[in-house]
Design a protein around this ligand. Structure first.
Ligand SMILES: *Cc1c(COP(=O)(O)O)cnc(C)c1O
Length: 494
C-alpha cells in the first residue's frame, strides 16, 4: 500500500486521500511517498491515447487508493468542455522546438490543469474524525494565477469554501478582475498590503496555528487546507501533461518509443517542473528538465552554487507568477535526491527558516545537476523574447513563457533530443506587456490592449478574459498582513 509521510519525518502514514485532505504535514514538511516510481507507466501504449486516458493511467499510479471509477469521474468532470482545445494540452511546433500549451482551461493559466481536478479529489475524501458536517476551507496566497484557478475550481464545490489573498497592486488588472468578479457562495477574495512572499508566509503561519485550528473546528466545523502547489493533489495532475506531450511527439513521429525529450519550464514554486521529475520517476524518458526563472533567480543561484539563499532583494517583475524567493516544492526534489533522508531535509529546512539559507551536500548537488539545467531572463530579455518568438514563429507568448523561451535558446541544442517549452499562460492575461514588447499600442486599458493584440496578430482573446470588462466586482477588501487571520476566522463563520 502506497502511503505518504512528511519530507521531514516518517511518523505519518497517510493514504493519498488523507494527504490531499490535510495538505501539509504537521511538522511543516510536504507529503511524499516512498513507492513513487516502483511501477512505471507504459510508454509504448501512449500514442493515440486521449488526454483523459493518459490521466487515468498516470493518476492510478500516483493515487492508488482512489478506485478506477473515482478517478474516471474526477477526470471526466475536470477535463471536459471547460477546455477550449480537445487535446487539453496541445503540442505546437515553434521552429525546431515545441510548445506545450497548458493555458486552454477556464482561467487561461496552467494552474487550471491541477485546480480543475483538485476539488473533485477532495469531494471523494472523507473527514478523518468522522465529523460529517466538516467543511474544508481552502486557504491560498496567490501571486496572480493560482487564486483565480483555485476560485474557479472550488466555487460552489460541495463541502468546501475558499479564501484567496493576493498582494495589493502586484497583480495585473485582468488578474485582479478575474478574482474579484468570481461568483459562488463559498468564495472569499481579499487584497493584502505586502508582497506575495509576505502573504504566503502569513498563510503558512495560519496553517501552523493550532489554537486557531481548534477554534475553527469547534465553532464552524471548518478545517483549513491548501490549494497551493504543496498539496499532493495539486502536484500529481501536472505529471499527466508530460506524458501527453510525449504521446503527441510519438503521434507526430518526431520520436520513437524510448527516445529522450528535454523540457524547459518557467518556474516559480517548483511545482510544474517537479511534476516533470515525477514523470521521469514513472518511466518517462526525460533527458533534462530546465528550470527557467525570471529576475528572481534564487533557483539559478542554488543550482549553480549549491547554496539556496532567500535573503536577497525581491523583484516585482512582468512575470509575477514567477516572483518567488522560497520555492516550496524544491523540498520534495531535495528529499528524493537525498535518498529519502528526512533528517537531512529537516536540517536544511531549519537552516532556511533560521538563517535564510541552506547548503546542499556536494554529491546531492551533483546528481541534481545531471538532470536539471537552469537559466534566467531579465525583463528586457523577456520583452525581446516575446518579440523574437512572434517575428520568427508568428506565435504570441506571455511573459512567463518568454522566460522559458529565452532560457531554452541559451541551452546547448542536441539535434537528437526534441525540446518542449511549457507555456504557462495565455498572452491575453498580460496584454499590456505583450503589446509593449511587440511594439503595439499599449496606452489603453487591459481590454483595449487585448483588442489591439487580437487585431494585430490575428489571434482571439479567450472569451472569459475579454468579458471581465463588464463583469460585476464582488470583493474590495484590503487588509494588513496581521489581519489575515481575522479575515479567515470571519470567512469560516459565514
Ligand atoms: C504558477 C505559474 C508559474 C510557476 O509555476 P510553479 O509551479 O510555481 O513553478 C509560471 N507561469 C505561470 C503563468 C504561472 O501561473
Amino acid at each position: 500500500m502506497t502511503t505518504f509521510h512528511s519530507t521531514r519525518s516518517t511518523t505519518d502514514s497517510l493514504t493519498s486521500k488523507q494527504a490531499i485532505r490535510k495538505g501539509i504535514a504537521d511538522d511543516g514538511g510536504l507529503f511524499v511517498s516512498d513507492s513513487l516510481g516502483d511501477e512505471h507507466v507504459d510508454i509504448a501504449s501512449l500514442a493515440g491515447k486521449s488526454y483523459q486516458q493518459i490521466a487515468q493511467d498516470v493518476l492510478a499510479k500516483l493515487l492508488p487508493d482512489f478506485t478506477a471509477e473515482e478517478l474516471a469521474d474526477c477526470i471526466r468532470e475536470a477535463y471536459g468542455d471547460q477546455w477550449s482545445d480537445p487535446a487539453i494540452t496541445p503540442l505546437k511546433p515553434i521552429g525546431d522546438d515545441y510548445i506545450l500549451e497548458l493555458f486552454n482551461g477556464p482561467t487561461s493559466a496552467f494552474k487550471d490543469v491541477a485546480l480543475q481536478i483538485l476539488p473533485r479529489f477532495m469531494a471523494r475524501t472523507t473527514p478523518a474524525g468522522g465529523d460529517e458536517d466538516e467543511q474544508i476551507m481552502i486557504l491560498t496566497a496567490t501571486s496572480g494565477d493560482t487564486g483565480k484557478a483555485a476560485l474557479a475550481g472550488f466555487a460552489d464545490a460541495p463541502g468546501t469554501a475558499i479564501t484567496v489573498f493576493y498582494p495589493e497592486g502586484k497583480v495585473s488588472q485582468v488578474q485582479q478582475l478575474q478574482m474579484t468578479t468570481q461568483t459562488g457562495d463559498n468564495v472569499n477574495v481579499c487584497a493584502v498590503k505586502g508582497n506575495f512572499d509576505d502573504a504566503q508566509s502569513a498563510v503558512k503561519r495560519i496553517f501552523g496555528d493550532k489554537e486557531l485550528a481548534g477554534e475553527l473546528a469547534g465553532t464552524s466545523h471548518t478545517v483549513l487546507s491548501s490549494a497551493n502547489s504543496i498539496n499532493v493533489g495539486r502536484l500529481v495532475p501536472q505529471v499527466v501533461y508530460y506524458f501527453a506531450a510525449y504521446a503527441q511527439l510519438l503521434e507526430k513521429q518526431v520520436i520513437n518509443v524510448g527516445d529522450e525529450v528535454e523540457f524547459t519550464v518557467p518556474t516559480g514554486n517548483f511545482g510544474d517542473i517537479l511534476a516533470g521529475y515525477y514523470a521521469k520517476l514513472l518511466g518517462l524518458p526525460v533527458k533534462h528538465l530546465v528550470v527557467a526563472s525570471d529576475k528572481n533567480n534564487v533557483l539559478f543561484d542554488f543550482l549553480t552554487s549549491g547554496t539556496y539563499n532567500r535573503q536577497r532583494p525581491f523583484y516585482q517583475t512582468i512575470s509575477p507568477s514567477m516572483d518567488i524567493l522560497v520555492s516550496s516544492n524544491l523540498e520534495r526534489m531535495l528529499y528524493y535526491f537525498s535518498e529519502k533522508d528526512t533528517r537531512l531535509i529537516s536540517m536544511l529546512m531549519n537552516d532556511l527558516s533560521q538563517w535564510g539559507a541552506f547548503e546542499a551536500p556536494e554529491p546531492m548537488l551533483k546528481s541534481i545537476r545531471s538532470l536539471f539545467g537552469c537559466g534566467w531572463a531579465d525583463e528586457d530579455q523577456v520583452r525581446d523574447s516575446i518579440r523574437d518568438c512572434w517575428e520568427r514563429n508568428h506565435y504570441v507568448i506571455d511573459p512567463h513563457t518568454a522566460c522559458g523561451y529565452f532560457v531554452m535558446q541559451q541551452m546547448p541544442r542536441d539535434p537528437l533530443t526534441p525540446r518542449v517549452l511549457l507555456s504557462t499562460a495565455s498572452p491575453y492575461k498580460f496584454p499590456r506587456v505583450v503589446n509593449e514588447s511587440l511594439g503595439l499600442d499599449a496606452t489603453g486599458t487591459d481590454f483595449e490592449c487585448m483588442d489591439v493584440l487580437a487585431e494585430s496578430t490575428g489571434t482571439a482573446a479567450p472569451a472569459a478574459l475579454r468579458g471581465l470588462e463588464t463583469a460585476d466586482v464582488r470583493f474590495g477588501d484590503v487588509v494588513e498582513i496581521d489581519a489575515m487571520e481575522e479575515y479567515v476566522r470571519s470567512a469560516a463563520e459565514k
